[in-house]
Design a protein around this ligand. Structure first.
Ligand SMILES: Cc1cc2nc3c(=O)[nH]c(=O)nc-3n(C[C@H](O)[C@H](O)[C@H](O)COP(=O)(O)O)c2cc1C
Length: 192
């Protein structure tokens, strides 16, 4: 790598999510998590609305969330098998730290709600980048829990709020992680 690739551009060009199943302890401590959340909140934000908030779930706090997710989805979705419900119960405890990024748009503002959701997505990505830059493993997931009314109620979300991401942060295990196919720029870029 040349000097540019060793710097911030290198992070952008090589960042790769780590799978939650390959995450082990430790997660970020309080100081590291503060830096990660500071980076997550330093995102473009049309109208300075701060249309997102972060719910940190770690340690003992993860188990009751897992129970709430399992119970809510068992109630709401009768196609889920007991094995699937058990996997959902384990969802929050799979990594040391889980940050739930809540998109919380100001619906009274002249700024379109869509743009406010985009800012929440930027917060998720900044969180991933910060965690990766600090040497942690991180992955952005949603899944059924993100869309469950019962989970929203447990987390105290209001009707206009959405889960933008369950952001898992930990340390990578030794299991190797292959690169995944990346877009062919020719198919996603056009010029006018
Ligand atoms: C909004 C959003 C939700 C996602 N939810 C899931 C998910 O529920 N399950 C999953 O396997 N990957 C999910 N992903 C994909 C992973 O976060 C990640 O992109 C992928 O594992 C590897 O891509 P990367 O190495 O480029 O980050 C989601 C991505 C985004 C942007």
């Amino acid at each position: 790598m040349n000097d540019i690739e060793n710097g911030p551009l290198g992070l952008l060009l090589t960042r790769r999510s780590s799978l939650v199943k390959d995450m082990v302890a430790p997660g970020p401590d309080a100081d590291a998590l503060e830096d990660i959340l500071t980076a997550a909140s330093r995102v473009p934000d049309h109208g300075k609305l701060e249309p997102w908030r972060f719910i940190v779930c770690q340690g003992e706090g993860r188990k009751p969330l897992g129970d709430a997710i399992a119970n809510a989805i068992a109630r709401e979705d009768d196609t889920k098998t007991p094995e699937m419900i058990d996997r959902l119960r384990e969802f929050p405890v799979r990594a040391p730290v889980l940050v739930i990024v809540v998109s919380s748009p100001n619906t009274e503002s002249r700024i379109p709600v869509w743009e406010q959701h985009l800012s929440a997505g930027a917060a998720c990505q900044n969180l991933l980048l910060a965690a990766t830059a600090m040497g942690f493993a991180a992955q952005w997931l949603t899944g059924a829990a993100a869309y469950s009314a019962g989970v929203h109620e447990y987390l105290g979300l209001e009707a206009h709020e959405q889960v933008a991401g369950f952001m898992f942060i930990g340390t990578r295990s030794d299991r190797p992680l292959a690169e995944r196919p990346r877009p062919d720029l020719g198919s996603v870029v056009s010029y006018q």
